[in-house]
Design a protein around this ligand. Sequence first.
Ligand code: MN
Length: 204
Amino acid sequence: MAIHLYQTDLPDGLNLGPIVAIDTETMGLDPRRDRLCLVQLSDGSGDAHLVQIARGQSRAPNLERLLTDPQVLKLFHFGRFDIAALKQAFRVTTAPVWCTKIASKLIRTYTDRHGLKYLLADLVGVDVSKQQQTSDWGSETLSDAQREYAASDVLYLHALKVELEARLIREGRLELAQRCFEFLPVRAELDLLGWGDTHDIFLH
Ligand code: MN
């Protein structure tokens, strides 16, 4: 397993295959206030690619091309947040997407624990630390612990998707999940426009 670290964009010519797991780290939970600091990517082979984003940076051509490539499925856990953060940073709509949290909510109706740590323990049998979750991602130099934590958020999403997809098929909910994933970029855009949880247009 290798963790590659890049500044401002993915390197030219890097091919991460047809399904790319993606996660982001930001300065906080409000994508309109809190800037994007790090984008983590994995092709599911065990390697992670980390891209540090500079303050004020608004373009990352190689990364943008990947996010908008219709031939590449972008795999997230709670993609709603990452898609909003990426749109706020680079003004691109990430698509097509797949979200392990939505899949879990549609299929693991026997629990309300849909955090990545629980999912990986329950379905993949890996134990990941969440210790660095709230650290300072705006730092110019990331610690080894930060890099390892950031990588662990994308390294197992492919394996998790396989397990969730099998259960979605078994329970007849794959097509419903698919339609939720198609709507996800719209949901993220609504968040950025001010229609988040407190002004949810689907509530009464
Ligand atoms: Mn993360």
